[in-house]
Design a protein around this ligand. Structure first.
Ligand SMILES: [Zn+2]
Length: 227
């Protein structure tokens, strides 16, 4: 059944172009070219068993979204790359990685405040023991043990949307690294003093705050069904 629907190998099932460019991939229904996958929302999960009809519906929605961009005028911006944009007049928001004020090439999804369900922040922590080299013994532990901590600060927005349910993004572009002895107070002291860590954590809290306020201020049925 699926085999019959396949186009020739290497041809995109949506546009027919050769699927050789960067970002090309396959799903059960066949090939997708890089240009078509590039049009998809970054929050959209392209499942292996996705149908051609679902893909076409998603790309049609993305074109419609591009049309909404011109009317989107951010009045509030939180953080920079990724940035949370809010348009308080239209009661809409977007999250974009673009480092420019407008969106000349990008097509960030524009959502209504009433589509916000929840917003959480998460501090992801990885700990690796640092070792030293000792002749004859090889790599051995320091005494007391020393560790490298890597932090990632995440924001997760749960939304009611026909094509995705979650917008999850990391505020730091590179892991935030703190090195210290394995004495809790020692590491915590360094973390508290780490300015990058602190600014990411406070930006995450601010995003959560503005999004939940926006959600609570939105009137559920003010503009009919979701797009
Ligand atoms: Zn294509």
């Amino acid at each position: 059944m699926l085999e019959q629907k396949r186009t020739e190998p290497g041809r995109c099932i949506l546009c027919g172009a050769e699927a050789t460019s960067f970002g090309s991939r396959t799903v059960a229904a066949g090939w997708l070219c890089g240009e078509c996958t590039g049009k998809m929302s970054p929050w959209f999960r392209c499942r292996q068993d996705i149908t051609e009809a679902e893909l076409r519906a998603h790309l049609a929605y993305r074109e419609e979204n591009r049309g909404r961009l011109s009317g989107f005028r951010p009045t509030v911006r939180v953080w920079r790359g990724p940035t949370l944009y809010l348009d308080d007049a239209r009661r809409q928001f977007a999250v974009s990685d673009a480092l420019v004020k407008e969106f000349p090439t990008e097509n960030p999804d524009i959502l209504d405040y009433r589509q916000i369900l929840q917003c959480d922040t998460e501090i992801e922590e990885h700990r690796t023991e640092l070792k030293r080299f000792s002749p004859g013994l090889g790599r051995i532990s320091y005494r007391p043990k020393r560790y490298e901590y890597r932090f990632n600060i995440w924001v997760r927005i749960l939304v009611e949307h026909p094509f995705f349910h979650e917008m999850r993004f990391c505020l730091n572009r590179r892991p935030l690294i703190v090195r210290g002895y394995d004495v809790e107070a020692s590491v915590k002291g360094k973390v508290v003093k780490n300015r990058d860590y602190q600014s990411c954590v406070s930006a995450a809290a601010e995003m959560r705050d503005v999004l939940l306020k926006a959600r609570d201020a939105a009137i559920p049925d003010e503009a009919g069904p979701f797009p």
